[in-house]
Design a protein around this ligand. Structure first.
Ligand code: DAH
Length: 358
């Protein structure tokens, strides 16, 4: 009897000490398993005298039940604690701000597009878009490219197969066709920028078959070359984040503007680095001009009533210049390491209040 009491106390103490389900299971097997101490004791009942058995039988059964109950109780306790721990560790506070270590980066082209849009929308411009697949009328004819004019060749156009009527669709060679689409559908005053993809059959360190432009168009009754200069100078100073940036306008030719110009900015090359806004060299940044009267007429606008200015610039080149990226082809190589290095924080949207870039 004494033995049974000490076995009970000993086993209950080990049940209480079991720190997890596995340890508890070990205690259970050691006591109640086939070869466990309680089971072994049960086997001795057969060899006892009936009198002995009458005492020991109920005692051993009581021992077995008490131990089994203690184990079940402890199991419930341990399972409850394990669940509590898991719930605590998996708790998500949905009111907390998003983790600041977001995955992935913003491509420099997207970043620069967003910067340009932030600058011009702050000046009061709207954003317009148009199709990548264009027809000859919007891409060339309405923009005053004469039929068979070499300027059409200049653009190294990607054409689609001819349709039944002989006309061919094309991948737009510039964002200028969206000027036409806007002037034909919106009554002036018009103040838009047109970001988008453009295509020319060309590939080297500074040219890729697909590239990006942002076009600008202002049409109203009195806009003039001075407005053009002021707008574009304000833009490049803000974009390159150099207040003293010097610019110059050089006469140029575009069929859709008259007069036409290219705008240059002062820069200096120091080793491999291009520093915009210092030095004595000039670098071309964009093409611009006063919208040609023929283009206005082609869009149903009377050039005696309306006039305006336009410009177009290469976004990829602006990104290379601003962020010191040497080869344009890497922009489209989809190399994760390149993106890791040149990409931008997705949570840092460019804006004029907190800064365009960081
Ligand atoms: N479309 C021209 C190009 O791709 C760029 C351009 C120049 C656009 C002058 C304009 C402009 O709107 O006025 O080369």
């Amino acid at each position: 009897m004494e033995e049974i009491t000490s076995l009970l106390n000993d086993t209950l103490a080990r049940v209480a000490k079991a720190a997890n389900i596995a340890a508890l299971e070990e205690v259970r097997v050691g006591a109640l398993g086939k070869k466990g101490v309680v089971s072994e004791k049960m086997k001795t009942l057969g060899k006892m005298t009936p009198e002995e058995r009458q005492v020991m039988g109920p005692a051993l059964n009581g021992l077995k039940t008490q131990i089994a109950e203690a184990i079940e109780l402890r199991r419930a306790e341990l399972e409850g604690a394990a669940l509590d721990a898991r719930l605590a560790s998996e708790k998500v506070d949905v009111t907390l701000p998003v983790a600041p270590s977001a995955m992935g980066t913003i491509h420099p082209v997207s970043q620069v597009m967003d910067e340009i849009i932030a600058i011009f929308t702050a000046m009061g411009f709207d954003v317009a878009e148009g199709p990548d697949i264009e027809d000859d009328f919007h891409n060339f004819t309405a923009l005053n490219f004469p039929a068979d004019h070499p300027a059409r060749e200049m653009h190294d156009t990607f054409f689609f197969n001819p349709k039944e009527d002989g006309s061919r669709m094309l991948l737009r060679t510039h964002t200028s066709p969206v000027q036409i689409r806007t002037m034909m559908s919106v009554k002036p005053p018009i103040r838009i920028i047109i970001p988008g993809r453009t295509y020319r059959c060309d590939s080297d360190q500074t040219h890729t078959p697909m590239f990006h432009q942002v076009e600008g168009l202002v049409i109203d009754r009195e806009s003039h070359m001075g407005h053009l200069k002021g707008t574009l100078e304000a833009f490049v100073k803000t974009f390159f984040e150099v207040d003293a940036l010097e610019t110059r306008f050089r006469p140029h030719f575009f069929p859709f503007t008259e007069p036409s110009a290219e705008m240059d900015v002062k820069y200096e090359r120091v080793g491999d680095e291009v520093r915009i806004g210092q030095g004595e060299a000039w670098m071309e940044i964009l093409g611009c001009g006063m919208v040609h009267p023929t283009v206005l007429r082609n869009c149903g606008l009377d050039p005696d009533e309306y006039q305006g200015f336009a410009w177009g610039m290469g976004v990829d080149r602006l990104a290379m210049l601003k962020y010191g990226i040497p080869d344009l082809r890497d922009f489209f190589a989809a190399d994760a390491r390149w993106l890791e290095h040149y990409g931008f924080d997705p949570l840092d949207m460019p804006n004029l209040a907190t800064g365009l870039s960081r």
